[in-house]
Design a protein around this ligand. Structure first.
Ligand code: ZN
Ligand code: ZN
Length: 106
């Protein structure tokens, strides 16, 4: 995969500072700083959520184009950004699986 122009596939990462807590002997995050990075090889592009809204991206699930909405980077907290069609699909699937477990559908 070359770094030439492409639609980015975004993954949510927290690049906030970490500090080693000597009492708990664990790394603790001092502050949260969310950015969305492109997962494609050779691409170092990243964007903050505020500037990602309204941009076109590539869906991490179906590979289709979609426009990033505030909800996707806000309340939904999607780790790998995917389009709303894929969200629907997953929901429908889950419902179907649930119904088939109950023996309501074939
Ligand atoms: Zn990219
Ligand atoms: Zn999709």
């Amino acid at each position: 995969m070359s770094a030439k122009k492409h639609l980015h596939i975004y993954r949510r990462v927290d690049i906030g500072k970490k500090e080693f807590n000597k009492q708990t002997r664990r790394w603790e995050r001092l502050n949260s700083h969310i950015v969305y990075k492109c997962v494609l090889d050779g691409c170092s592009h990243y964007q903050i959520p505020e500037l990602l809204v309204g941009r076109t991206a590539q869906c991490s699930r179906c590979g289709g184009e979609f426009v990033v909405t505030q909800r996707m980077v806000g309340s939904d907290k999607r780790v790998n950004l995917y389009c709303d069609d894929c969200k629907k699909d997953k929901k429908t699937k889950a419902t179907e699986e649930f119904l088939s477990e109950l023996g309501l559908v074939e």
